[in-house]
Design a protein around this ligand. Structure first.
Ligand SMILES: Cn1cc(C(=O)NCCN)ccc1=O
Length: 117
């Protein structure tokens, strides 16, 4: 029983760290392109190129609904956000530059929080 409890404690620590890094990314000056799902009306070709859209609000809802079973699943969605960004945006565009900055920020914070997916 006790082993069961310990795993749960570790698991909740992992999710707390995920919530922390997500909050920081939402507050980051360069997080603006990723706060909400890309608007398909504003960018009609987005759905054609990006098969698995992801954004910070969707991730926040998944955390709330306990849809991440491991920290690695959370890290995978975060990397999906930035990989999608690189597919759809030129590196030197404002959104493209923001994506590179946010990816760098995330990977460093992920290390800082002693998390590796
Ligand atoms: C992630 N991403 C965001 C945008 C965007 O313009 N977001 C701001 C909404 N106010 C455009 C392309 C893209 O890949």
């Amino acid at each position: 029983k006790n082993v069961e409890k310990l795993r749960t404690a570790e698991q909740s620590d992992n999710m707390t760290a995920c919530r922390l890094v997500l909050t920081e990314m939402e507050k980051h000056e360069d997080g603006w392109p990723f706060l909400k799902p890309v608007n398909f009306k504003q960018f009609p070709t987005y759905k054609k190129y990006i098969k698995n859209p992801m954004d910070f609000t969707t991730m926040k809802n998944k955390l709330r609904d306990s849809l991440y079973k491991t920290r690695g699943e959370f890290a995978s969605d975060t990397r999906l956000v930035f990989n999608n960004c690189m597919i759809f945006n030129e590196d030197e565009s404002d959104v493209g530059k923001a994506g590179h900055t946010m990816r760098k920020y995330f990977e460093q914070r992920w290390k800082d929080l002693l998390l590796s997916s």
